[in-house]
Design a protein around this ligand. Structure first.
Ligand code: TRP
Ligand code: ZN
Length: 867
């Protein structure tokens, strides 16, 4: 399936507009598993004299006929090579013309989950970013937008495409005349938003009346038998539609909105116009099969894809370098949505955790790139935490700098000025400049420069004058291809706290623009404690002179929930880094946690976050940033022993908390009971270090929902006494793919590191390890990679296991192979022996004959970190 196309790099600077206008696209599909026919008619108008018509088209397309205005072209009239088909200008009419093609493709042979493929007998498509070229010849670039008419012929009961259903038309193919489903999408769109689904599906349906009174039919399409697990997705869709009207004034624009759940899907979900396609794990939920986290993610991703209708579809990207224009903004919007519906402080902390775990990691290693990259080899490798999460973070900073009113004015201008456009980051920044008058020249560096700025804060207290001076220094380390990092504008939210815990100065946002800059606070009676980067006001790392007593003080007193959590997190990191290097826990850490457990005023979900220790990867990163070579085994031992110490110190309080947080009554996935369950399970996790898993075993047997069942199972796997529970779960759920994915993931991920690789190997040998399914592959292979000490095992067994499987997957599904290869991106920070083993594993992947462009780009970048 894969061809090793020449390694060509694409550059933002090379952007040229397409020299033809595409007035309309008409497609007729005759679906059959191994010989689907795609007939296309494309109405073009030349925009420039003498331009060749260049179409994208994968090498697997079988071209039966190509004609212009009804006149057949012979192979001599065009040039087909690699992934393009070129018709020279001389062969084209001077004015408007219609290009028709008859193409054959083989969905059954397509294992890539890109283009048109079959998932469990359902025909479906995935076209972003460049999948449409595997369906037919087309200008497959986001700035070529056209209205679509799509006719589908198949033997399937349900046939869907973008837009609105139209009266079925009659299409003649040879001798047979058949009625097909006809879909008309009046909104001009790029090919990446095209979608088609045909299969035996059932709808769970609802209605929505938009703010202007338009009636919209809503359908969530699932396999027969899954209808009772689609209700939550439908409710989430209604909430999303309401929210976007209320908060952004954005209304839906078709008479139908369809969502389809698909089992074989590379990512989370896809915003195809009017026909969102979802990984089934982000649609299907019932209390006995989905966890609280699953429910929250379903709600957020349904919202995310729906919000794309305006930020992505009505206004799309000019080219793929601008990807964060739609993704950063849509993530920002879905984060706002979740904050509004659930707990804003808890959501903020969760988002910062994700940002640090995934994006800071990216920025600190060989895969660092700016939110708007200026070059790539394979665009699929740039659907990253930097483009998505940092892209959202940058918008949060912009909003902080221009204020809520400025943000609203800018967004209104964005929607009116750019509706129907394929836009750029420059367009985006211009609406903020024009709406607020603020010069964003320096701010733009957040989009163009990679790397996480490091802030240092020094305090100078002048007691006689009652003046505190805060001096900040910013520095960003070089990243691949970007040696120099000029200073950026950094919003720093600061509050001052009195020694008695009172808020002396409420939060204000300091705007740092220089490499070094001082800010003064006058009129203070006594030296305050500084609470800095409240709400995580900028995506930076921070060093300051704060000892563990100061952290404990902030954990007890800070009014800003993020800063409060951050103080506790800092204490835990202080303990863990010390313990991993043979030292002891931070002074006062255990006591501070004790006070937090007892703090009934803090919401349970918040306390749960404070009780959860930082992950081993984070400890390793912190040590590496300080120039210490991390020892994975020592880090694991330190984390286990700190957890045991915490449990020992607060055994009675934790046991009481575990009992008190039991949720009675029927399960609901709402934030409040979910928070209680999270706190209960955090307590269970600690207590299991003392009771050997006894409580967890009891909970597993009587748990009435998947959240508690998985919480208990995780504790049992960690305690290495999960056999009975795993068997029981297998007996109950062997027929449920999504639960089985959890079953495959928890074992390698939570098992004691010394046993994890052999557990993973045994699981990989099972018949139900359906490795061609992206969710299943990610569960097992990604699960082992997420077990820090197992992946980085000294004997190289973790590296080899992952590399073996990536080599196997690459020819089948290069997108997923390349994405998972990123787990190697920290290999260079370990000791020489581990480095040698990791490098050998990476070299084996790099040497694979026919390695995909996807994996080749990733592995080349990653290996370069060792040079
Ligand atoms: N645009 C999608 C989103 O963020 C993500 C996406 C990009 C995707 N490429 C994909 C999803 C390939 C599935 C497969 O919502
Ligand atoms: Zn998106």
């Amino acid at each position: 399936m894969t061809q090793n196309s020449a390694q060509t790099t694409r550059y933002l600077a090379d952007y040229r507009p397409y020299p033809f206008h595409l007035r309309e696209t008409r497609l007729v599909f005759d679906l059959s598993p191994d010989a689907t026919r795609v007939q296309s008619e494309l109405d073009f108008t030349p925009l420039a004299q003498g331009a060749d018509l260049v179409l994208d088209g994968g090498s697997a397309l079988i071209l039966h006929r190509l004609s212009i205005d009804g006149r057949d072209l012979s192979p001599a009239d065009y040039d087909r090579k690699d992934e393009t088909l070129t018709i020279p200008a001389a062969t084209l009419p001077d004015g408007p013309f219609t290009l028709s093609a008859d193409v054959q493709i083989n969905p059954a042979a397509n294992t890539t989950c890109e283009g048109l493929y079959l998932s469990g007998g359902i025909y479906c498509t995935q076209c972003e970013a460049e999948g449409f070229r595997h369906i037919t010849f087309y200008p497959d670039r986001p700035d070529v937008m056209a209205p679509f008419q799509v006719t589908i012929h198949s033997d399937q009961p349900v046939e869907l495409s973008n837009g609105d259903r139209a009266v079925p038309s009659e299409e003649r193919h040879g001798a047979i005349t058949r009625i097909g489903a006809l879909w008309i999408d009046p909104w001009p769109k790029p090919a990446y938003l095209f979608a088609l689904v045909a299969g035996d599906l059932r709808a769970v349906s609802g209605r929505f009346t938009t703010m202007s009174g338009r009636e919209v039919a809503l359908n969530v399409w699932v396999r027969p038998g899954d209808e009772d697990r689609a209700g939550f997705a439908l409710e989430s869709l209604v909430k999303s539609m309401q929210w976007d009207e209320q908060v952004y004034g954005r209304e839906y624009d078709l008479s139908e909105f369809n969502i389809v759940a698909i089992d074989d899907f590379n990512m989370g979900a896809m915003e195809n116009k009017g026909l969102n396609i979802f990984n089934s794990k982000l649609v299907l939920a019932s209390p006995d099969t989905a966890t609280d986290t699953d429910y929250e993610r379903i709600e957020a991703v349904i919202a995310h894809e729906y919000f794309h209708n305006w930020t992505g579809n009505r206004i799309t990207c000019r080219d793929w370098f601008q990807l964060c224009l739609k993704e950063g903004l849509t993530v920002f919007r879905d984060q706002q949505f979740t904050s509004d519906l659930r707990s804003a402080p808890v959501k903020r902390i969760e988002d910062v955790k994700t940002l640090r775990d995934r994006q800071f990691r990216e920025d600190a290693g060989p895969l660092a790139h700016p939110p708007r990259p200026d070059r790539y080899q394979e665009i699929n490798n740039f659907y990253t935490a930097t483009v998505y999460e940092k892209g959202a973070e940058v918008i949060g900073m912009l909003k902080r700098l221009v204020g809520d009113d400025g943000y609203k004015a800018a967004l209104d201008l964005y929607f009116t000025r750019h509706d129907g456009d394929a836009a750029t980051i420059e367009d985006w920044l211009a609406v903020f400049q024009d709406a607020t008058g603020r010069d964003l020249t320096q701010f733009k560096r957040w989009y163009t420069d990679a790397g996480t700025p490091h802030l240092t804060m020094a305090e100078d207290w002048a007691a006689d004058d009652g003046r505190l001076t805060l001096t900040f220094t910013q520095e960003t380390a070089p990243t691949p291809g970007q040696p120099d990092k000029p200073p950026r504008v950094i919003p720093i939210a600061v509050g001052l706290i009195g020694q008695n815990g009172d808020e002396l100065r409420e939060t204000q946002v300091l705007e740092m623009t220089q490499a070094q800059q001082a800010f003064r606070f006058d009129g203070l009676g006594a030296r305050p404690v500084v609470s800095v980067l409240r709400g995580f006001s900028a995506p930076v790392t921070l060093s300051r002179d704060l000892d563990d007593a100061g952290r404990a003080f902030l954990l007890a007193h800070d009014r800003d929930p993020f800063a409060r959590w951050e103080a506790g997190h800092g204490l835990a990191l202080s303990s863990l880094t010390a313990m991993a290097q043979g030292g002891t826990a931070a002074a006062g850490h255990l006591d501070a946690i004790g006070r937090l457990i007892a703090d009934q005023t803090a919401e349970p979900a918040f306390r749960a976050l404070c009780l959860t220790l930082p992950g081993e990867d984070e400890v390793a990163s912190l040590l590496a940033a300080r120039g210490v070579t991390p020892d994975p085994d020592a880090i694991h031992a330190a984390r286990e022993s700190l957890a045991a110490d915490l449990a020992q110190a607060h055994q009675a309080a934790l046991a009481a908390l575990y009992d008190a947080m039991e949720t009675g009554g029927p399960y609901t996935p709402d934030a409040e009971p979910a928070g209680r369950r999270a706190l209960r399970l955090a307590a269970l996790g600690l207590l299991s270090r003392l009771d050997g898993g006894a409580r967890a075993a009891a909970l597993f047997d009587k748990a009435g929902n998947m959240t508690e069942q998985m919480g208990a199972l995780t504790a049992l796997v960690r305690a290495d006494r999960a056999d009975a529970a795993l068997d029981r779960m297998l007996g109950l759920f062997s027929g449920n793919r999504l639960v089985m994915d959890k079953w495959f993931a928890v074992q390698p991920m939570a098992a004691p590191p010394a046993r994890a690789a052999s557990i993973a190997r045994a699981l990989a040998a099972r018949d139900d390890f359906d490795w061609k399914n992206p969710n299943r592959f990610r569960a097992l292979i990604g699960g082992l990679a997420a077990n820090h000490a197992a992946f980085h095992a000294a004997d190289g067994s973790g590296y080899d296991f992952i590399a073996d499987w990536l080599i196997r997957l690459d020819p089948v599904n290069p997108q997923i192979a390349a994405r998972i290869s990123a787990v190697f991106d920290t290999w260079h920070r370990y000791d020489p022996d581990r480095r040698a083993r990791a490098r050998a594993a990476l070299n084996r992947i790099a040497a694979l004959p026919g390695l995909s462009r996807n994996s080749s780009e990733m592995v080349t970048r990653i290996i370069a970190a060792g040079d």
